[in-house]
Design a protein around this ligand. Structure first.
Ligand SMILES: Nc1ncnc2c1ncn2[C@@H]1O[C@H](COP(=O)(O)OP(=O)(O)O)[C@@H](O)[C@H]1O
Ligand SMILES: Cc1cn([C@H]2C[C@H](O)[C@@H](COP(=O)(O)O)O2)c(=O)[nH]c1=O
Length: 225
């Protein structure tokens, strides 16, 4: 029975790596698949992992209709067993509905990968629809870590070293500084430090401050917080 599976987790937890691995494993068993992504950090029509692997992919635009795309592909004599859909948080809710229909009516497996929430902790519309429609939502096993060592659960946006909670929902960027968007970068944090807006830069500054009292520095470097 074909399935719609949403593999989710924070940024930098290995989603794109898993997407590439799943494509490899299914292809190695003679199944044929199509790879889609949207606004990958490395550019258009590429699915890239921070481990260094990448592959060409079909770029998802807001106008793309997955159902029509597959029908057209099938009319050229090709068969499709599965779809790999990376950066699915950026898909429209209608596109997620098309993917569910492809699973149910074409018996094609859809493996989707994405973050659930943005830098304000709000669900992306595409991820919300995935959670609503998927047969399974699978949280990745590899845990990204907060600077304090706890499991990271939230994606923080950092501008010039300072965590921000206002701005456009979509700004493509990386968890490493100095990449494509220049000033905007992301850092994964545990909820505790996300709620305190305490990213690694702020924590380092607080630890270096002579005003910081020597208790529970990890949680509350600048009392009262
Ligand atoms: N140099 C490295 N050595 C080993 N693992 C690495 C290295 N660089 C990145 N990784 C792994 O790659 C993961 C990020 O993979 P990626 O697929 O790009 O994540 P995502 O798509 O979820 O943002 C990191 O969590 C880490 O486990
Ligand atoms: C939190 C958040 C992220 N984004 C962007 C930043 C990256 O380009 C992708 C996530 O990619 P990854 O493969 O999971 O690292 O999403 C965004 O646009 N808005 C946000 O709030």
């Amino acid at each position: 029975m074909a399935e719609l599976v949403f593999f989710s987790g924070t940024m930098d937890c290995g989603k794109s790596t898993l997407a590439l691995q799943m494509d490899h494993n299914h292809r190695a068993r003679g199944r044929s698949g199509l790879i889609f992504t949207k606004m990958d950090r490395m550019g258009e029509s590429v699915l890239s992992s921070r481990l260094g692997l990448s592959t060409t992919a079909r770029e998802v635009t807001d106008r793309l209709d997955f159902w029509d795309e597959l029908v057209e592909f099938a009319t050229t004599g090709h068969s499709v067993d599965y779809l790999i859909c990376d950066e699915a948080q950026f898909y429209t809710p209608e596109q997620v509905e098309q993917l569910a229909r492809i699973v149910d009516e074409m018996a094609v497996d859809v493996f989707a990968f994405g973050i659930t929430a943005d830098f304000r902790t709000q669900l992306f519309p595409g991820s919300r629809r995935m959670i609503e429609l998927a047969d399974r939502v699978q949280v990745l096993q590899v845990e990204a870590l907060c600077w304090c060592g706890r499991r990271a659960t939230h994606n923080a946006r950092v501008v010039d070293g300072v965590m921000v909670v206002e701005g456009e929902q979509v700004v493509v960027g990386d968890t490493k500084p100095g990449t494509d968007t220049g000033l905007v970068e992301y850092e994964v944090l545990c909820r505790r430090h996300f709620m305190r807006r305490m990213n690694s830069t702020a924590a380092r500054a607080a630890a270096a401050s002579p005003d910081t009292l020597p208790f529970d520095l990890d949680l509350c470097p600048v009392p009262p917080c």
